[in-house]
Ligand binder design. Structure first.
Ligand code: ADP
Length: 554
């Protein structure tokens, strides 16, 4: 812009200077011409007066001293006298414009340029009384001639004009542009610039405020987005149409190596399922997949986002479904196990009933058969009760509110309920320890202790003992069931808490076990935030402790 302004001013100044100089030259030259013509008219009149009465001698004398040219032309146009040329060789002058005009009107004048255009000759003609025409001529430099004579000076003047124009243009450019260059665009209304700029500055101020508010809104949304995505447990990755990673949230960085979340989608992970899902989304199709990584299972959901004429960008959600996956598998296993477990006693019942129906059984055997049916039915009932209880605990669906439960008294109740069974198995069942309270569901806590004590009797040896202990260790209440039974091998110690897991299936069935007792204990413990500790040695006995959190005792 500076160059253009400078150029315009420079050109204007230069054109103005040169035009002024040219017009001055023309004015001066036309003034000189006018003077010249006046002078010739005067001189012609004087000479005409001097040569009255055909005084040729006087004309010749004047012609000799006179600097300009004098010509006397006869009535027919023939040259009679010329002070500069020989009249014999001169052509007829009747057709010369100034001579013709003088012959017709009395006076005539004209001017003619020399062949080189550098000189101009002015003529003035006057008709004398006898019809002859007296002509006076003077030659001077033409405008062009004057110019060429003065050309070195003119060049100098032009150079000077150029210099003056350049300096002037530079100064004016600075003066014009300074207020514009020094405009404060951040606060347009504080500028004291040209009035003509006022609408522009107001517009700029309005736009500035609009941009600032839009920027704030964008920042707010960005912060909101960052906050939400940072809190998300799900991994979120955004890919450009070219497959570059535009954004990856914190959860993604935890799943994949942190420095892999930059670059292309292949740097993040090479799992074939992941690659397929992302590539399908980049190809314009939404896709789902499942990926296993470091022992965890993830579901992949990629959505395609159309970008104007540049292919498809993609958004990928990575959700850890390990627990859901396990739960789903466990549910399937559980359903299969339940069907199997229910089928076994029912098959037995059907078998006994059929035998009895067919009348094969002797009358005295009917009572033992009915007893067997009753045992199987009881097993079935216990199994169904355990399944219902377990599914209640599993779904957290037992709405019974927590209350303060005293564990020593609870152990006393369990002992009373199992006393008969213990006696049958020749087991000594006792309760010891200090009273201690916890916050929990009385029914669930009693069932947990009952299941542990029931197992301690069932997997004991004749003459063995079972001890139900309560107390507090380090401020945390506990209840412990110890037996002197067959014990559990280290390999089975964790697995016994799984549903339907039994170390010795036939022994368990013989004792009326369902394989769900310890599962119920595990779920009950989780519900009460209690820890389960197991110490067991084969042939020596088992000790299972439920340790409740300290806060519950307060
Ligand atoms: P069950 O109804 O078969 O007793 P549980 O879930 O209560 O089912 O126990 C699972 C398995 O753990 C039992 O089948 C048994 O093999 C083993 N078990 C449980 N408690 C004891 C214990 N006190 N001593 C030895 N083995 C035990």
């Amino acid at each position: 812009m500076r160059k253009r302004v400078f150029g315009s001013i420079f050109l204007t100044a230069l054109v103005t200077l040169l035009l002024t100089a040219s017009l001055l030259l023309i004015a001066v030259h036309s003034g000189l011409s006018h003077d010249m013509r006046g002078r010739l008219a005067n001189e012609c009149s004087y000479i005409a007066a001097a040569i009255q009465d055909d005084d040729w001698q006087e004309l010749v004398r004047i012609g000799r001293v006179y600097a300009d040219r004098i010509t006397l032309i006869g009535e027919d146009g023939a040259v009679l006298y010329d002070n500069e040329s020989d009249v014999s060789g001169m052509e007829n002058h009747a057709s010369r414009p100034e001579v013709a005009a003088a012959m017709e009107k009395g006076v005539g004048e004209s001017s003619r340029l020399s062949d080189t255009l550098s000189q101009q000759t002015y003529y003035y003609a006057l008709r004398l009384g006898d019809g002859m025409v007296l002509r006076v001529a003077s030659t001077a430099d033409s405008a062009l001639g004057a110019l060429s004579t003065a050309s070195p000076w003119i060049v100098l003047i032009i150079l000077l004009a150029l210099l003056v124009a350049a300096v002037l243009a530079s100064w004016l450019t600075h003066v014009f542009l300074e207020p514009i260059v020094s405009l404060d665009l951040h606060e347009p209304l504080k500028n004291d610039a040209y009035d003509e700029l006022s609408p522009l500055l107001h517009r700029m101020d309005k736009q500035n405020r609009k941009i600032a508010s839009q920027l704030n809104e964008l920042k707010r949304r960005q912060a909101e987005f960052d906050d939400i995505t940072a809190r998300m447990d799900e991994g979120l990755v955004m890919f450009s149409a070219q497959g570059g990673i535009l954004f990856a949230n914190r959860a993604v960085c935890a799943i994949f190596p942190e420095d892999s979340a930059t670059g292309g989608y292949m740097t993040l992970c090479r799992d074939p399922e992941y690659v397929r899902v992302v590539e399908e989304a980049l190809g314009g199709e939404s896709a789902h997949g499942r990926m296993e990584k470091d022992g965890r299972v993830y579901s992949l959901t990629a959505s395609s986002v159309a970008e104007d004429g540049q292919g498809h960008a993609a958004v990928l959600f990575v959700v850890d479904i390990t627990e859901r996956d396990q739960a789903e598998r466990q549910r399937q296993e559980f359903t299969a196990n339940v069907s199997h477990e229910l089928k076994t006693p029912l098959t037995s019942i059907m078998g006994f009933a059929e035998i009895m129906e067919n009348g094969i059984v002797k009358p005295e055997d009917i009572a033992p058969f009915a007893g067997k049916i009753r045992t199987e039915a009881r097993r079935l009932l216990t199994l169904i009760e355990d399944i219902i209880r377990l599914s209640q605990l599993d779904e957290g669906g037992d709405p019974t509110p927590f209350e303060t439960v005293e564990l020593a008294a609870l152990c006393g109740t369990v002992r009373d309920r199992l006393q008969h069974k213990a006696a049958e198995h020749k087991i000594m069942l006792s309760v010891a320890g200090a009273p201690v309270t916890v916050s929990g569901q009385r029914r669930t806590l009693e069932q947990m202790v009952f299941n542990l004590a029931d197992n301690a009797i069932a997997y004991n040896k004749p003459g063995g003992s079972v001890l139900l202990e309560t107390g507090e260790e380090g401020g945390a209440p506990f209840v412990r069931v110890s037996d002197t039974g067959i014990g559990i091998a280290p390999a089975d110690q964790q697995r016994v808490f799984e549903r339907f897991y039994r170390v010795d299936k036939s022994h368990s069935k013989m004792t009326g076990g369902t394989g769900l007792g310890l599962s119920i204990v595990k779920h009950g413990a989780a519900m009460h935030h209690a820890q389960i500790e197991m110490q067991s040695a084969l042939g020596e006995g088992t000790k299972i402790t439920l340790r409740f959190p300290k806060t519950q005792a307060e």
